[in-house]
Design a protein around this ligand. Structure first.
Ligand SMILES: [Zn+2]
Length: 456
């Protein structure tokens, strides 16, 4: 912040803090624009007042709860509070302005226009980001970059408009969002750097919620990199932090994540145990709907994988009731997918085939080629198991263009085409298809993996 005229001398600040001297209007004017002098002054007040300053600023209205505040401090607080209210009021319009600009324009606008570079604007940007994770992770990353550009200068400046601990927490959050956007785009190495940086900032801020948030995102990153031990460790840390903050919903999400880390590391039994435990301990009321649905559906999926398809079919009934009311064809489609696999394993071959075909078509129509391809290979596996190699061959011709569609990265396309060619030549086996499916599942989270043909 710019300073008007010269700084106040140390002796003068001491007198003001002691109340031995009434501040002149020019001195008050200087104090409200000079972070350095205001900071020095606030440090001169007794500890109990100094520690309260930021809380006092956050009091939404009414007089500060400390009765005998020195008049100079009262004046400072009143001024800062008015500024902060003005910033909050202006944030929605500033946010809309930023959205309309190109990324390059946004970054220079927040550098040049102070009214755009405020904490409430950064918070509005960060609230917007999760909506874009899967629709457009690149855009999500752009918005997070703008939030970082707004917040980074606040870390060093110690402006009283933003309590330093809150600026630090917000900055940690913004870096974490940037990292997560990269993770979703498959740029895992760079994502790791950003998330580690977010972790350092979050530790310094001592904000438990932010630390929990970063730890959970790191766990998701490590899971994608198949560094399961580190993933489980970060996930446990997030769990502990959310236990400490009594955030049952986030805690439940970390349990679902832990189950998926175990499941992907090959410990499906462990995953089943965690999900069962979670559903017994928390039940439907303590979880948000999405988490409850994820827990129940993932449990059914893991039950199929540990060879208990009958239990899975039982559990799916509840999931299907819950999702019936949803207007989300993709959610329902994923449930059908699990049902198809469970039916196949209980010997209901033709029912499974009909459902898998529907799943492939739905994903394909919804422009989800990666899922369409995976479900297609499940269908091919079902055909091979039933000895229907000519149907598998026809299916391969349908799957080839899906593997060539946009949205499937190069190595995954290569693996998929090896599979469709083997199906067309009738040399594919169930074990071979399973291997390709496993590769595609791993490579989805980490596009840097290279496909090796088994036996090569
Ligand atoms: Zn000054």
């Amino acid at each position: 912040m710019e300073t008007s005229n010269s700084h106040l001398e140390a002796q003068m600040l001491r007198w003001l803090a002691d109340g031995r001297f009434m501040a002149r209007p020019s001195q008050l004017n200087h104090l409200v624009v000079c972070d350095s002098c205001a900071g020095d002054l606030i440090q001169l007040f007794p500890d109990d007042i100094e520690g309260h300053v930021y809380d006092l600023l956050d009091e939404p209205d009414g007089p500060p709860p400390v009765a005998d505040l020195p008049s100079v401090l009262r004046h400072l607080l009143a001024t800062y509070r008015k500024w902060r209210e003005a910033q909050r009021g202006a944030a929605p319009a500033a946010f809309e302005t930023l959205l309309e600009l190109t990324q390059k324009e946004r970054l220079s606008a927040v550098r040049e226009e102070p009214s755009l570079a405020t904490l409430p604007v950064a918070e509005a940007l960060m609230e917007e980001i999760p909506r874009w994770w899967h629709r457009d992770p690149h855009h999500a990353g752009d918005l997070a970059e703008v939030a970082v550009a707004i917040l980074a200068p606040m870390e060093h400046a110690a402006p009283f408009l933003v309590p330093p601990s809150r600026a630090l927490e917000a900055l940690a959050h913004a870096w974490a969002l940037r990292g997560n956007a990269l993770r979703i785009q498959g740029e895992l190495a760079q994502a790791e750097k950003y998330l580690e940086h977010a972790g350092d900032l979050a530790d310094r801020s001592e904000g438990l919620k932010t630390r929990g948030r970063v730890a959970k995102l790191l766990a998701e990153l490590f899971r994608g990199q198949r560094r399961f031990e580190e993933a489980a460790e970060a996930c446990s840390e997030a769990e502990a932090l959310y236990t400490e903050t009594h955030d049952r919903q986030m805690w439940a999400r970390t349990r679902v994540l832990m189950a998926s880390i175990l499941g992907e590391s090959g410990d499906n039994e462990g995953a089943v145990a965690i999900l069962r435990g979670l559903l017994e301990a928390s039940g439907r009321k303590e979880m948000d709907e999405v988490t409850y649905l994820a827990a129940t559906q993932n449990l059914c999926h893991r039950l199929v994988q540990v060879g208990r398809p009958d239990e899975a079919l039982l559990g799916l009934k509840e999931v299907e009731v819950l999702t019936a009311a949803y207007d989300k064809p993709l959610t329902r489609c994923r449930v059908l997918w699990v049902r198809a696999l469970a039916l196949g394993d209980t010997g209901k071959q033709s029912e499974a085939e009909v459902l898998l075909r529907r799943v492939v078509e739905t994903f394909s129509d919804q422009k989800m080629p990666y899922d369409a391809a995976l479900a297609g290979l499940d269908l091919a596996t079902a055909y091979l198991r039933a000895g229907k190699s000519s149907q598998a061959k026809d299916l391969a011709q349908e799957l080839t263009p899906i593997f060539l569609r946009q949205g499937i990265h190069r190595e995954a396309t290569a693996a998929g085409l090896v599979a469709t060619q083997a199906l067309e030549r009738e040399t594919a086996t169930v074990a071979f298809l399973r291997d390709v499916i496993r590769f595609l599942q791993h490579a989805r989270r980490d596009p840097s993996l290279t496909y090796k043909i088994p036996g090569d």
